[in-house]
Design a binder for this molecule. Structure first.
Ligand code: NAP
Length: 283
């Protein structure tokens, strides 16, 4: 078999960012408006702090103004809802990101669902999911959107292909399944109660792994020539697919690191710019 194609998320992210720089320039020239991304971080989870910093840096690279709102660990659902409502009302804000995870006392989905749909640029509101699923213009969940953008950038054929998604979380497995379905893939969604997982995976033309278990998908489960998308990010910088062994029988794969992750932030940037364009350029 020929060498598999590396679906490099860093290259895609760079291309997306360079397009966004131009679009922000046009927006500022035409309207004088700089888009603002408001990021709410509750508590001091070190991984979340790192992600928020990375997102802030990405904002600066493309010309978005980052606004960071830090709330204490003991914040209640009501207090967080009040902060989101203020941002919903703030004319200057184009996108609102509530960094996941929030402390346990907070009803996360209730807070996600309170984000105004036209500012839900991380695509976490249940109504955004519904809109996207039905082919509407709601904002997509960032990581699934990253996966779809990478597949499109590398011209991976989806129509009529059997895509097996392993995982059904609200931010990954479910939304990516709907996006694949909308691109005419035949989609099977697997989860922890799925029986005969290896047999199902063996029938896949495309495997999307979003399990949260290091090196979970094994070479013996795969059909030769399969496309591998590894959304996992586990301790030790490893994904949910045993890529060391699996990559060689695939036709294409997303590496970890350097695959789905880097492009996810670019998608958040993209939808924040789009939100501002919709409002101010009437696109
Ligand atoms: P999650 O909420 O923990 O969901 C994991 C899913 O995997 C669940 O649907 C679960 O099934 C399923 N699962 C668990 N064990 C399984 C098994 N033995 N067989 C089949 N399915 C099984 O995780 P998540 O938030 O979707 O994240 C998944 C991975 O993606 C993690 O590694 C995370 O770090 C990574 N991630 C990456 C990005 C990025 O931007 N790159 C963003 C978010 C997450 P049940 O529903 O039955 O429990």
């Amino acid at each position: 078999m020929s060498q598999p194609l590396v679906l490099d998320g860093r290259i895609v992210a760079k291309a997306v960012e360079s397009d966004l720089q131009q679009r922000v320039k046009v927006l500022v020239e035409k309207t004088g408006v700089t888009p603002v991304l408001a990021t709410i971080i509750v508590g001091s989870n070190p991984a979340s702090q790192t992600y928020v910093k990375m997102k802030g840096n990405a904002c600066l690279r493309v010309g978005i103004e980052p606004r960071k709102i830090e709330l204490p660990e003991e914040t209640t659902t009501e207090e967080l809802l009040a902060v989101i409502e203020e941002l919903n009302q703030d004319e200057r804000v184009s996108g609102i990101l509530l960094q996941h995870p929030v402390p346990r006392q907070i009803d996360e989905q209730k807070c996600f669902n309170s984000i105004a749909l036209d500012k839900d640029t991380d695509g976490v509101n249940t109504a955004s999911f519904g809109s996207v699923t039905m082919g509407g213009n709601g904002f997509k969940c960032a990581t699934p959107y990253s996966i779809m953008t990478i597949l499109k950038y590398y011209n991976v054929e989806l129509s009529g292909k059997h895509a097996v998604v392993i995982g059904r979380s609200p931010i990954l497995g479910k939304p990516v399944s709907m996006l694949l379905l909308n691109e005419n893939a035949t989609v099977t969604i697997c989860h922890s109660r799925t029986k005969n997982l290896p047999e199902i995976v063996k029938t896949a033309d495309i495997v999307v792994a979003c399990v949260g278990k290091a090196k979970f998908v094994q070479k013996e489960w795969l059909k030769e020539g399969v496309v591998l998308v590894d959304a996992g990010y586990n301790a030790g910088n490893v994904g949910d697919i045993d890529l060391e062994n699996c990559a060689e029988i695939s036709s294409a794969y997303t590496p970890v690191p350097g695959g789905v992750g880097p492009c996810t932030i670019a998608m958040l940037m993209s939808q924040t710019v789009e939100s501002a364009e919709r409002k101010y350029l009437d696109i």
